[in-house]
Write a protein that binds this ligand. Structure first.
Ligand SMILES: C[S@@+](CC[C@H](N)C(=O)[O-])C[C@H]1O[C@@H](n2cnc3c(N)ncnc32)[C@H](O)[C@@H]1O
Length: 279
C-alpha cells in the first residue's frame, strides 16, 4: 500500500463486523449550521455540520463515515429499487448496458455533511453494481482535503469550474449525477451536449417534470430553456424516495434520451440551443 494511503478494505471489513452507528446520518440537530451562502447559486440550502477549517477534517474519520453510510445504504430498499430501475432502463436501451464513466457535479461538502456522504456512498454502490471504471467529481466547494479523500477512494476530481458544461466523449456512455443541483447546472450540461449524442447519457438529477412545474414558462426559458425543450424527447423514471433519510434522494429521477426519439426531432430544435450560458 502506498505511504499515506488509508487501508479502505480494512475499514470496510471492520464496519461490516460491528454494529453500524446510524446516528451519524441523523443530521437535522440544532447544532448544525448552514453551508456558506457564497457557494450556492439558486438551490435551497441544506443544513450541515460545521467545522472551522479544512485542517480540522480528519481524512480517516471521514472515510470511516463514508463506509458506514455505504454499508447502511447497501441493505436499503432504496438502493435495490434503484438497481432494478437501472437494469430495466438498460434492458430497454441496450446500447447503455455498459456505462464507462460517472460524472458527478454538486456533491457538496461530504467531509461535513451526511447528505453528501450518503450520495457519495450511493455513487460508490452504483459504480460497483454497474461495473463502471471511472468516476469524476466537480464541485467548487470541495476543500483540498476533500479532493484528496476522493482520490484516495479511487475517484478523480475535475479541476476548475466547468459550470456543468462537461462535454462528453461521443465514443463513451455516461451516468451523469447532479444531486440537488441548481437547474442552471443541468441546463448548462444539456447545452454543452445538445444533439443526438445525448442518447449516450443516463442523467440522474432532480426530476425534469418537477422543474417544469416549478415556474412559469417564461421564467424557465431564462435558466432552464433546454430542460423545457428536452421535454419533447426525454423519458423520466422517478425513483421512489423510500430511504430512511428523506432529504438525501428526494425528487430524483433517471432521465433517458432515447435514440429513436432524438433521431426524429426537427433539426431546428438542435440549432436553437441559444448562446453559451455564462454560469
Ligand atoms: C443544494 S447543493 C446540493 C449539495 C448536496 N448534493 C445535497 O444534496 O445536499 C448544490 C451543490 O451544487 C454545487 N455547485 C454549484 N455550482 C456548481 C458548479 N458550477 N459545478 C459543480 N457544482 C456546483 C454547490 O457547491 C453545492 O454543493
Amino acid at each position: 500500500m502506498p505511504k499515506g494511503k488509508t487501508s479502505l478494505s480494512n475499514i470496510e471489513t471492520k464496519l461490516a463486523e460491528k454494529r453500524v452507528d446510524l446516528a451519524e446520518v441523523r443530521h437535522m440537530g440544532k447544532n448544525r449550521k448552514r453551508y456558506s451562502r457564497k457557494y450556492y447559486k439558486s438551490a435551497e440550502l441544506p443544513p450541515c455540520d460545521y467545522l472551522e477549517s479544512d485542517s480540522e477534517l480528519q481524512a480517516e474519520e471521514v472515510i470511516k463515515k463514508i463506509y458506514s453510510t455505504k454499508f447502511n445504504l447497501k441493505s436499503s430498499a432504496y438502493i435495490s429499487e434503484t438497481f432494478t430501475a437501472f437494469k430495466k432502463v438498460q434492458e430497454l436501451h441496450p446500447h447503455l448496458q455498459k456505462i464507462d464513466t460517472i460524472v458527478c457535479f454538486g456533491l457538496g461538502h461530504f467531509g461535513w455533511c451526511a447528505t453528501s456522504r450518503n450520495q457519495l456512498g450511493f455513487i460508490s454502490l452504483i459504480k460497483e453494481y454497474l461495473e463502471i471504471q471511472e468516476v469524476l467529481f466537480q464541485d467548487p466547494v470541495f476543500t483540498p482535503k476533500e479532493a484528496e479523500i476522493l482520490k484516495n477512494l479511487g475517484f478523480s476530481v475535475i479541476p476548475g469550474n466547468l459550470e456543468g458544461k462537461f462535454g462528453i466523449d461521443q465514443e463513451k456512455k455516461y451516468l451523469i449525477y447532479l444531486p440537488h443541483c441548481p437547474k442552471q447546472l443541468t441546463n448548462n450540461f444539456l447545452w454543452k451536449n445538445w444533439g443526438t449524442k445525448l442518447s449516450n447519457i443516463l442523467l440522474l438529477s432532480n426530476s425534469f417534470s418537477s422543474v417544469l412545474i416549478s415556474g412559469s414558462k417564461s421564467n424557465l426559458q431564462i435558466d432552464a430553456g433546454l430542460i423545457l425543450k428536452a421535454e419533447e424527447f426525454t423519458e423520466e423514471i422517478p425513483l421512489e424516495n423510500n430511504f430512511i433519510y428523506t432529504d438525501v434522494f428526494n425528487d430524483t429521477s433517471i432521465h433517458v434520451f432515447p435514440r429513436d426519439k432524438l433521431e426524429v426531432v426537427p433539426e431546428v430544435l438542435w440549432s436553437e440551443r441559444g448562446p453559451e450560458p455564462d454560469a
